[in-house]
Structure formats: C-alpha cells, structure tokens
Design a protein around this ligand. Sequence first.
Ligand code: MG
Length: 251
Amino acid sequence: MNIARYQIKGNVFFGVVDNDIVKQIKGSPFDRITFTSEETPLSKVKILSPFVPSKILAIALNVKTHLHDRNAPTKPEPFYKVPSSVIGPGETIILPREAGRVEEEAELVAVIGKKCSKVSKINAMDYVLGYTCGNDVSCRDWQKGDIQWWRAKSSDTFGPIGPYIVTDIDPSNLNIVARVNGIVGQRCNTSELLFDLPTMISFISQVVTLERGDMIFTGTSGAPAQIRDGDFVEVEIEKIGLLSNPVKIEK
Ligand code: MG
C-alpha cells in the first residue's frame, strides 16, 4: 500500500495511491485504514511530505563504504534532524549562502506506526508502519567546523522525504540509487547497513519513546555527491519510489 499525504483545494488529507488514483483515508493512516468515497486522479493533487514527524533520528556511519578512514561504530550512532527541516517531493532544497559544501545522502527511512518504548529487537518491526525515501542533506563544512550538527543536518529544507509511505515490504534487501542531474552517484543495498532496523529501533527506544509518524533515516553509503544551485537531486529506492528535489541557493 502506498500512503500519501496530499493537498487539494487548500485542504490536506491522507490517501492511498493505487493506479494513479488517490483514495482518501478517513482520519489517520496510523489507525485501521478506512476510506471516504473521495477518489481523485493523482495528477490533480499536490503530494506533500508523507508526514511531519515529532522527531527524526538519523544513523551516522551505518554503511561500510561510507566509513572511509573511520572505524566502524560498535553501537548505532543516532543524531537528530529537526521536523522543520522536512520538505516533500518536488520542493526546493535551499542552500544557505554561508553553507559551503552541501551534499545529498540517499537513505531508506522507516516510519514508526505505533508508539514504542523499550522494545526488543524481536518485536521492533511490529512498530513500523512502512518506508519512504529520504535525503539526509548535509553541510560538510558545518559538520566539520561546528561542535553540534544542528545546522549541518537540520537547516530548513535539509530533510526531503517521500513520495509515499510504502507498507508490506521487506526493508532488508532494497537497492538505493542517488542521482544528481541524472548522473548516478551513490549505489547501495539496504543489506549493507551495519546495524539493521530491529537493532536501531530497539536501541533508540530504550531511552527515547518513538511516537507514530517518527522517522529513522537508516544511513548513507559511499561518497555522497555535492549539490549546487540549479541541480536536481533524486533518491530512488526499489519497491518504494522516487524522491526528486530541485536545489537553489538562498537569495
Ligand atoms: Mg545520513
């Protein structure tokens, strides 16, 4: 099932996308899904970020090819991205004027479906609603020069996600590709993640309660590409879809 958040005539709804038709959901996709009678062609709606979570955690250094000369961590290393960094498909990534080098990071994103605290690895996946594509946009100069990653990872527009929350798929063996202006950069498979999703969710939930809609960016691979004014960046994940965003420098 492809769960979308969309706007039509100024109103925002959740829906399920099926054969280029959006079927409107009654209420929230986190409860048992039931539908209204409204069905709209996909071309007539604006697709928004699939949700604006209460928090986003992202895992650092979680793919061997991205470690370069760094040691592999011995436990998951989450950091926060703030919800105000979230944008949806097609929205513009704005590069702050002073930011210097900014890169894309193509990542699988897990969306929590039920509130969870202190879950075991064995039960962790029961709390996941589905998956979407994410771009953990990162300013390398600020990442290196600041003590905290607050702006390196969470400047406005640095959290593109979408297009949909896709349910009922196995997240452990999905190909991920990043393209800038159509040129393929990163290529990865989620089987390369050093800590898998059950480990991440269990680890985080021991001390931080995850709420429905919260998101976990699972980590990026290889050498992410720089993004510049006028670029067009895409994250594509097998069985999930394509997240595309133009890039502009701040005016
Ligand atoms: Mg990342």
